[in-house]
Design a protein. Sequence first.
Length: 239
Amino acid sequence: MVRLKVDVIVAVFTPCALAAKQATREIPIVMIAVGDPIGTGLVASLARPGGNVTGVSNMAAETAGKSVELFRDMLPSLRRVAVLANPLDPFTKPFLEQVQLSGRAAGVEVAPIILAKGSDELETGFAAMAGEKAEAVVAQAIFFSKTVADLAIKYRLPSASVLRSFVNAGGLMSYGADVSHLHRRGADLIHKILQGAKPADLPVEQPTKFALAINVKTAKAIGLTISDSFLLRADEVVE
């Protein structure tokens, strides 16, 4: 893309945004659904990004942490939540920090932390979660949703991700920013850049709309009963 001298590079998720930044310091980059733009070094600050990068954060670290609290509310007796993360993803550090922070605040032990580099390591990871008596799992969004959802059902573990697509794939719960809205905001930023604005002058935007979705079919498949009061909190219930 740099060799083609494109006008704007659009990068979705942290690894793509970092790769784009490493490839060029001159072509404008609009990042979309990036978890922690400051912590991963993409921008100097949200208000004044500097350089050639701007875009829209999805606050995925914070919403992943919120999933721990939601599990505690869904399952009042819950005391142990596993985490599935990818050590190769630069977003993993803030992701784990927020999940652990929320676990401490909620009185929930965050363990085991399973680090898997690829799909071939996921089965072993889920077996370890079950062996260590995890009662639920929060999965990093970089993993393919269907594979994680299927394994969570196989091992009868309530599962959560920040992506709404995770629930469509059979995951139990998702809580996160409205991704379609993030893409629309990203399109607005692209338009401004094509009209002559500089990324350094365009503040990085944060999401204003978050949604909780529950898959009750998956709940039944793993033998889990979710209270009506919790289901009423959901923005969407998939049956």
